[in-house]
Design a protein around this ligand. Structure first.
Ligand code: OGA
Ligand code: NI
Length: 350
């Protein structure tokens, strides 16, 4: 049964409408940015200036202690976001991943286009979630690839240049998988779920890698690199791949800029964990802003449950707040919509 669902669900059926490459557009040094990128609706949004207001920091090397586990619980419950330090992923691997991503985005346009999305495919270099010709656009390009399971990888879209890219990403996806499993075990414990039941969904996770490239923009304050959204994943593990900041999370009606700690990952609860926890953990709205004169790079890894399973409240409750539906249906909704706040949660609420 499970394998049948797996083989009939074709991720590649979902694709975005083709739009201009933002890096090429940015290189034209236009004085006025095309209106499809201008976002007056967000210009009056308040950004918090409180320097001390920062997402919690979780020390993975201390997570066998109750204190740190409690800290993790409150980070997931109260913030939905945290920075993870001492995660054990080798420094050299992370640096190589950053360097390979940077090198890919710095290739001449024709070489980058060797990995361009093909109509009918979601993977590759391009954009996602563009579903209409009127829709406003984000000031970013991305390379979207399935990392795990290995059978889902379509190497046509995996850069052959730089030559180390594929081997680095292969190792990187495996290391992230281990970190995700460790975190899931503790999330299950903290939520009073059976860890084995939860882990059975994620041992064979579907891990999607989204490398985001935000070119500098002459009208940086008028555009957005990533529209406000929550992630539809269970858990997202994000690497700030160069020194430029840009991630902001919504807290108490204001946008709070994340100040990345060198070597740390930014982890956030996605819609699926919000739903599984029956709302105890929150999938928090976030966005990315762009810089006036520097490019920004980030690598998001979205960890999703295996196919053939259900999305719904997992904690014992006699008052479920969300629907329970097949994960395939959940993914289909996400991939055929534009990024629009917490729309997946709205669809799932009872
Ligand atoms: C994403 C995302 C933020 C960033 O890719 O879903 O939220 O900092 N990215 O690039
Ligand atoms: Ni996101």
């Amino acid at each position: 049964m499970e394998t049948m669902v797996q083989s009939t669900f074709e991720f590649e059926k979902f694709s975005s409408l083709p739009v201009e490459n933002v890096q090429t557009l940015a290189a034209k040094n236009l004085k006025n940015i095309p209106s499809r990128y201008i976002r007056p609706e967000f210009e009056s949004d308040m950004v918090s200036a409180e320097e001390s207001l920062q997402i919690p920091v979780i020390d993975m090397s201390k997570l066998d202690h109750d204190d740190e586990q409690t800290k993790l619980h409150f980070a997931c419950k109260d913030w939905g976001f945290f920075q993870l330090i001492n995660h054990g992923i080798p420094y050299e691997l992370i640096e190589q991943m950053k360097a390979d991503a940077r090198e890919f985005f710095h290739l001449p346009s024709e070489e980058r286009m060797a990995c361009a999305q093909i109509t009918g495919h979601i993977e590759g270099y391009g954009q996602v979630f563009v579903i209409s010709d009127e829709q406003k656009l984000d000031w970013s390009d991305m390379l979207f690839l399935f990392g795990l399971p290995v059978q889902l990888r379509d190497t046509r879209f995996w850069p052959a240049n730089p030559p180390s890219f594929r081997a680095t990403l292969d190792k990187y996806t495996m290391e992230l998988h281990k970190v995700m499993i460790q975190l899931m075990k503790l999330i299950a414990k903290n939520l009073g779920m059976d860890p084995e039941t939860l882990l059975s969904l994620f041992e064979n996770e579907i891990q999607a890698i989204k490398m985001n490239h935000y070119p500098p923009c002459a009208e940086a304050s008028k555009v957005l690199g990533a529209s406000p959204h929550s992630d539809s994943s269970a858990l997202t593990i994000l690497l700030h791949a160069n020194e430029v900041e840009g991630l902001q999370i919504k807290r108490n009606q204001k946008w709070v800029p994340v100040k990345p700690i060198p070597g740390a990952f930014t982890v956030n609860i996605g819609d699926v964990i919000e739903i599984m926890s029956n709302g105890e953990y929150k999938s928090v709205l976030h966005r990315a802003v762009v810089n006036g004169d520097k490019e920004r790079l980030s690598i998001a890894a979205f960890h999703n449950q295996k196919l053939g399973t259900q999305v719904g409240p997992f904690v014992k409750t006699n008052k479920p707040l969300y629907k329970t539906i097949p994960v395939e249906e959940f993914r289909r909704w996400k991939m055929t919509s534009k990024q629009d706040g917490k729309f997946m949660i709205r669809k799932m609420e009872l």
